[in-house]
Design a protein around this ligand. Structure first.
Ligand code: KPL
Length: 301
């Protein structure tokens, strides 16, 4: 199997190096036209403290014949601009897997790549990219794939190599449910920790806020077909907080490094869905605005 990774951040680098380590063919699709390297050296620190060093071959948009199963691991707001150059050019046999935080890119993908097998993935693997050549697998997690269109259903064979590479992977008939659960976790942990500018564990001291945010989301979640109680949603979020207590959330890191955040596709997406249902989410809206203000402070200063 040839895998092509689009977006060599923490998750993309983790998947790329682990897949190469087990003998899969992997390349990186570099979106830069200029200054593209032939290959990228990368050292992976594994969970058992061993390490694996490799060279990841790099390709560009013009190398269409070298693109294999396209795993999109960019930031969510980069997904559409990064895939745009492939519209009309990507071979129709090539599967595309979206694996990013937040939601809101599926409709565009289905519209622009109508003949390709389309899939979505959800992962809870912990990864930390220390610099452009060092990736650490910091926490065992589950990875699930599922189809976004009928052609995607035929690609369950992607699961075994991922399971071998990462320690767990599975096929999900309810991938959108898994995306929603992750969305809820991200919509609570990410903006709160970004606002507190603290690691995820800080939320253990702010459980009333977690609870209030879960409470406010509950009518929307019921309308989406989820039967869990508010207490069960709180437990889900707090379990992730406990498991990742030492880690900084991706949104806290984005703000700390003065990068654009994924808030529009996390809380922004929830606000849009709520509005469609005639529901108000004032606490989530306030958090959304808070993150927007923090984000604008570094872009205007
Ligand atoms: O996915 C995450 C993120 O930071 O984006 C969580 C689960 C909150 C872990 O930090």
């Amino acid at each position: 199997m040839q895998w092509t990774i689009l977006g060599a951040g923490a998750v993309g680098s983790l998947f790329a190096t682990h897949l190469l380590r087990i003998g899969q063919k992997v390349n990186l699709l570099d979106t830069r036209q200029a200054h593209r390297q032939q290959s990228c050296p990368m050292t992976l620190a594994l969970l058992d403290s061993s390490s694996f060093t490799c060279e990841l071959p790099c390709i560009g948009y013009q190398d269409l014949s070298q693109i294999g199963c396209l795993l999109v691991t960019t930031k969510v707001w980069q997904v559409i601009p990064a895939l745009q150059p492939l519209v009309g050019g990507l071979p129709e046999s090539c599967p595309v897997i979206l694996l990013h935080n937040g939601m809101g890119t599926t409709e565009w993908l289905v519209e622009h790549f109508p003949h390709n097998p389309l899939l979505a993935g959800v992962t809870s693997c912990g990864a930390l990219k220390k610099d452009s050549n060092h990736i650490s697998h910091t926490g065992f997690g589950e990875t699930w794939l599922g189809a976004l269109n009928p052609a995607g259903e035929q690609w369950q064979a992607l699961v075994p190599p991922l399971a071998e590479a990462l320690g767990h992977a599975g096929w999900s008939e309810q991938i959108s449910e898994r995306q929603w659960r992750k969305l809820v976790v991200n919509a609570i942990i990410n903006p709160l920790t970004a606002a507190y500018n603290q690691p995820n564990g800080v939320l253990l001291q702010h459980q009333h806020e977690v609870e209030a945010l879960c409470q406010e989301l509950h009518p929307l979640l019921l309308q989406q077909g989820f039967n869990e109680s508010v207490a069960e949603w709180c437990d889900l979020v707090l379990q992730v907080v406990e498991r990742t207590a030492q880690n900084y959330s991706s949104m806290q890191q984005d703000l700390a490094y003065q990068r654009k955040t994924e808030i529009d596709y996390i809380t922004g997406y929830l606000l849009q869905q709520a509005e469609k249902q005639g529901l108000e989410l004032p606490r989530h809206r306030a958090l959304y605005l808070k993150v927007k203000v923090l984000e604008s402070q570094h872009t205007t200063s």
